[in-house]
Structure formats: structure tokens, C-alpha cells
Write a protein that binds this ligand. Structure first.
Ligand SMILES: [Zn+2]
Length: 299
């Protein structure tokens, strides 16, 4: 089971031509070039969402912001507000991959949430997914309609989400306003440490070529009254995680997290091979790509 997954993951990161002929890898070869690209984008988009989340913790700690309710929920909302508020349509669709990321994580957890999860600092994976969907449809009901429809996200809830999104946006913006300064520039130190092994290095290279860490330096490097020298580091940590360290003033994104998301999407492709092909019509693929639905609600 594990080796099959690793083969799929490898196929996402490396060129498919590099695959040899074992039966497991032959399956990996069934990944189309489009799926490889989509999978890579999924990994990058989830990294960006998580980096925005960590940047939220950074703002709370650097500006000593008050947080009413759970900080984890609050910074998820900030990620959503900033990504959805961006003019860039690509950052808008990043949200879709982020929601799918949490749905897939939930589905991969076959035993369901445990007592520890209920006691934890974060919302449950599926709750985090729907919270993102709520922000999406609250921000732009039309743009995310196909996506929300595919999840059978109720109309009544969509109405409430308009208010919830506006409240989240206005609350964050009024808190941040006191810490914004016209023309302010902050120097971030971005680094991608060598991964130390070939598989993870593939993810380090992928994130680097997409400029994932640099996105944070760009977005938060202008207009925020932050002190220079905050580090944004990509590295192997031995664990699938990302975190903000207030003492070191450092956001760390672990390459293992990228490998984990690749694993999730590769498994999804493997399990949904037939359905993808059935809708493989070039004439409509451009329309559906903008609102591609990877995860459907369980019946
Ligand atoms: Zn967090």
C-alpha cells in the first residue's frame, strides 16, 4: 500500500518518463500529464494557504493582537480573507485546493476524529474545510457556485456566510489598520534549506520554483509595520507540519507537509481514475478547470 502511494507521489514530482516498469509504477504511469500538473498545483496551493495561516500567527504575535475565540480559527479566517481579497484570480482558486486539502485529510482519517482531536487547538479537518467553503461563497457566491453546489452546501448557509465573511474581513482589517503604515517595507529572509533526501528535495524544488515562500515575503513585506528580519524557512523537519516561532521570529514550512498533500491528491487520483476520464472533454475542460471539483461530499 505504502509503496503504491510513494510511486504516485514520485510521479507527481518527477517526470513520468523516469518511471520504470514494475507493476506498481506502471499504475503510476496512468497519471496523465494534466493530473501531474494539477497535483503539483494542489501541493503548492495548500502550501500557500498554510503559509498564510502561519503568517496570521505571526501578525498576532508581532502586533500582540487580541484574539476572541480560537486563534487557529481566527488565522484560518485571515488566510481566507487575504486570499479571497486578492485581485489575482489564481489566489482565489487557491482556496478551492485548500478546502479540498482538508476534505481529503478528513477522508484519509479512516477512524474519524478521536478524543484528542476534540480536545485540540484546531477545528476538525472537515469543519476547517467547510469554514473555508463558507468564506469562499461568502466572498464571491457566483465565482464559487459550482464548487459549493458540488458539495451541496445549503443555500441558507450561503446567505449566512455572506455576513460571516464580511464580519471576518472587517474585524481583521480594523485590527490590522492600526499596524499598517503607508510605504512601510519589511525585509523577510526566505530560505529553502536542502531537504537531505531525494524525495523531499523534489518538493523543495517544486515550492522554490513556484516561489511559495516568497509569496509571503511579498504580501507581508509591504504596508505592514513589522521589523525586518523575519525568517521564512523551508526545511525537512521529520514531521508533517508548519509553524510560527515567536522567539526566533520564523515561519517554518516542513517539506514533509508537501509530500503529505501530494500523497493525498495522488491517492484521490488513483481512486477516481474512471470518473476523470468520463468528463475528459477538451471543449469544456477550460470552463470546469476554474471550478474543478476534486472532492465531492460523501453520500
Ligand atoms: Zn495554526
Amino acid at each position: 500500500m505504502k509503496s503504491l502511494k510513494s510511486a504516485w507521489v514520485a510521479a507527481l514530482v518527477m517526470c513520468m518518463a523516469m518511471l520504470s516498469m514494475s507493476s506498481v509504477q506502471l499504475k503510476a504511469e496512468e497519471l496523465t500529464e494534466e493530473q501531474v500538473q494539477e497535483g503539483q498545483q494542489f501541493v503548492i496551493n495548500n502550501a500557500i494557504f498554510i503559509l498564510f495561516h502561519e503568517a496570521g500567527h505571526m501578525l498576532v504575535s508581532e502586533f500582540n493582537l487580541p484574539v476572541l475565540g480560537r486563534e487557529e480559527d481566527a488565522v484560518d479566517a485571515l488566510s481566507a480573507v487575504l486570499l479571497l481579497g486578492a485581485e489575482d484570480e489564481e489566489l482565489n482558486t487557491t482556496m478551492q485546493d485548500a478546502a479540498d486539502g482538508w476534505f481529503l485529510l478528513d477522508e484519509a482519517n479512516e477512524d474519524g476524529p478521536q478524543e484528542d482531536d476534540f480536545m485540540g487547538t484546531h477545528g476538525l479537518d472537515r469543519q476547517r474545510a467547510y469554514a473555508i467553503v463558507c468564506m469562499m461563497t461568502g466572498a464571491n457566491a457566483e465565482f464559487f457556485k459550482v464548487f459549493a453546489d458540488s458539495l451541496e452546501f445549503p443555500e441558507e448557509r450561503r446567505q449566512e456566510c455572506v455576513y460571516e465573511y464580511q464580519k471576518a474581513r472587517d474585524s481583521w482589517m480594523s485590527l490590522l489598520a492600526a499596524n499598517m503604515k503607508e510605504g512601510a517595507k519589511t525585509r523577510f529572509d526566505v530560505s529553502y534549506e536542502p531537504a537531505g533526501n531525494e524525495d523531499l528535495q523534489g518538493f523543495a524544488d517544486l515550492l522554490k520554483s513556484a516561489g511559495a515562500l516568497e509569496t509571503i515575503a511579498t504580501v507581508f513585506g509591504e504596508g505592514y509595520d513589522l521589523k525586518d528580519g523575519i525568517k521564512i524557512t523551508g526545511k525537512s523537519c521529520g514531521v508533517e507540519n508548519a509553524f510560527w516561532d515567536p522567539e526566533a521570529r520564523e515561519i517554518t514550512y516542513c517539506y514533509e507537509m508537501a509530500a503529505f498533500h501530494a500523497d493525498l491528491i495522488a491517492t484521490w487520483f488513483a481512486n477516481n481514475q474512471g470518473t476523470e476520464e468520463a468528463t475528459g472533454d477538451d471543449a469544456t475542460s477550460e470552463d470546469t478547470d476554474a471550478t474543478a471539483v476534486k472532492v465531492k461530499k460523501k453520500e
